[in-house]
Ligand binder design. Structure first.
Ligand code: ATP
Ligand code: MN
Ligand code: MN
Length: 385
C-alpha cells in the first residue's frame, strides 16, 4: 500500500449473529491458536474463559483481510486482554508460547484423545486422566467399564475421527431420504449442521425431518431406525425423547405437545465399493488396518463408520429447529444471547417467546425468526462463527 493510504475503518458488530462469518477467512493463523485455548478451557470446564476465546476468534474470522499489526484491532469488539496478548505474540514472534505449551501438554493431548471417543464427555475424560489413562487404547488395556455408546466409540475410534466428506454426506442423505420416504411418504428431510453451512468435511452428518401435516411426524424416529436397522445400516443408535420440557431454559419452554421432539444419535455402516480411483483407494486403506476388514477389503467391498444425527420436529417448530440445528455452536449461543439481552425474548430450537408481550412468536421460515429478533438475515453459509 502507498504510505499515505488510510485503511478504511471496519465496523464490527459485537454479537456474532449480527455479522457475516464466511467459512473461509483470512486469519486462521490467529483463530486456530485461540481455539486451542478455548478447547483447553473447556477441558477444565471453564465455560466463561472458553467463550471469551471463541468470541475473539469469531471476530477475527469476520475480518475482510489478514491482521498484520495490533493497531488494526483497536476498534474491534470482544477482544479481551488475554486474547490480545496471544495475538500480539503471534504477530511478533510467529507463535504464542502459551498456545504451543498447551498443545504439547500431556493433559491437553490426553483430554483431546479421550474426549475424541464417541460417548465420552469432559467429566469422564478428566476422571480417566487423573487415574492415569491417556488414550483410547488405555481404556481397553485397563478394562474400563464402558457404556454402549463408549464401546461403539472405542471400536470405531479411527473411522469416527476421520472427517466425513461432502461426498459421503450425499450418500448418507440418499439413504436417510429412502428410509424416511419408506416409512412416511411426504416427509421433508433437510441437511443441517456444518454441511448446510457449506463445510467440505464434518465430524458427523446432521438431518432434520418433519411432515407438513402436524402430528404425522409422531413416533416417526423408531420407524426410521427400524428401517435402517433391517437394512443392516446401523452400527449403533440411541433414540432419545425430547428432554426439553425438563430443561431449565425458562420462558422459551414450548407448549406441552413439544415433548414429541425426538432425536437419534447414530453410527452408520457406510458401504464403500472399491473403485480404481485414488480417493476410493485412500478411503478404504485405513479400513484395511484391522484383520476382519482386510478380508472385506480383499473381497472387493469395505465399509466405514460415520456418525449421523437425526432430529424429528413438528412442522410448527420446523423453522426454529432448522435455525437451531444449523449452527455454528457459537452462532447459536450468540442468537440466544442477543434474544435475551437485547430483545427480552427467549429463543430455543422449539420456539421464540417474547417476555414483554408474554406470548410465543410464530415463524414459518428462518427469515421470519431473524425479523422477529430485529436482525438482518444471515444465510447459513455466513453463520460460520
Ligand atoms: P461438525 O462438522 O463438527 O459436525 P457442526 O456444526 O455440524 O460441525 P454439530 O455438533 O454436529 O456441529 O452440531 C450441529 C448443530 O446442532 C449445532 O448448531 C448445535 O448447536 C446443534 N446441536 C448439537 N447437539 C445438540 C444437542 N444435544 N441439542 C441441541 N442442539 C444440538
Ligand atoms: Mn455436524
Ligand atoms: Mn451433530
Amino acid at each position: 500500500p502507498k504510505p499515505c493510504e488510510v485503511t478504511p475503518a471496519i465496523i464490527m458488530k459485537s454479537y456474532a449473529c449480527q455479522r457475516r462469518t464466511p467459512l473461509k477467512h483470512h486469519n486462521s493463523f490467529l483463530t486456530e491458536p485461540l481455539e486451542i485455548l478455548a478447547e483447553n478451557a473447556e477441558f477444565s470446564e471453564n465455560e466463561g474463559r472458553s467463550l471469551a476465546f471463541r468470541r475473539s476468534a469469531a471476530v477475527l474470522k469476520a475480518l475482510p483481510r489478514a491482521v498484520r499489526a495490533m493497531d488494526e484491532l483497536k476498534d474491534l469488539p470482544c477482544l479481551g486482554e488475554h486474547s490480545l496478548r496471544v495475538i500480539k505474540e503471534i504477530l511478533e514472534d510467529g507463535a504464542s508460547s502459551e498456545v504451543e505449551s498447551t498443545r504439547q501438554s500431556e493433559q491437553f493431548q490426553a483430554m483431546k484423545a479421550l474426549t475424541g471417543v464417541f460417548g465420552v464427555g469432559v467429566r469422564t475424560a478428566d476422571r480417566w486422566f487423573r487415574e492415569g489413562l491417556r488414550s483410547p487404547l488405555d481404556l481397553i488395556h485397563t478394562g474400563q467399564k464402558l457404556n454402549h455408546a463408549q464401546q461403539a466409540g472405542v471400536q470405531h475410534y479411527n473411522d469416527l475421527n476421520t472427517p466425513v466428506t461432502k461426498k459421503e454426506a450425499t450418500v448418507i442423505s440418499d439413504i436417510v431420504e429412502r428410509a424416511v420416504k419408506a416409512v412416511l411418504p411426504g416427509a421433508i428431510i433437510i441437511l443441517t449442521g456444518g454441511f448446510r453451512r457449506g463445510k467440505e468435511v464434518g465430524h458427523d452428518v446432521d438431518f432434520l425431518i418433519t411432515h407438513p401435516e402436524e402430528g404425522a411426524e409422531e413416533r416417526l424416529m423408531p420407524k426410521i431406525v427400524n428401517w435402517l436397522d433391517e437394512q443392516g445400516l446401523l452400527l449403533y443408535q440411541k433414540t432419545t425423547r425430547n428432554s426439553y420440557l425438563e430443561s431449565k431454559e425458562g420462558p422459551a419452554r414450548p407448549p406441552s405437545n413439544m415433548d414429541r421432539f425426538e432425536r437419534c444419535f447414530s453410527i452408520f455402516k457406510l458401504e464403500q465399493t472399491k473403485v480404481n480411483s485414488d480417493t476410493q483407494v485412500e478411503a478404504s486403506s485405513y479400513n484395511s488396518s484391522t484383520t476382519d476388514r482386510t478380508e472385506e477389503y480383499h473381497s472387493g467391498s469395505t465399509w466405514r463408520a460415520v456418525r449421523v444425527d437425526l432430529v424429528v420436529s413438528p412442522y410448527s417448530q420446523f423453522a426454529f429447529a432448522t435455525l437451531g440445528w444449523t449452527g455454528s455452536k457459537l452462532f447459536e449461543r450468540e442468537l440466544r444471547r442477543w434474544a435475551g439481552q437485547e430483545k427480552g425474548m427467549s429463543l430455543s430450537s422449539h420456539a421464540l417467546y417474547d417476555s414483554k408481550q408474554q406470548r410465543y412468536l410464530q415463524a414459518n421460515s428462518e427469515e421470519e425468526i431473524f425479523t422477529h429478533l430485529g436482525l438482518e438475515y444471515i444465510p447459513p453459509s455466513e453463520r460460520n462463527a
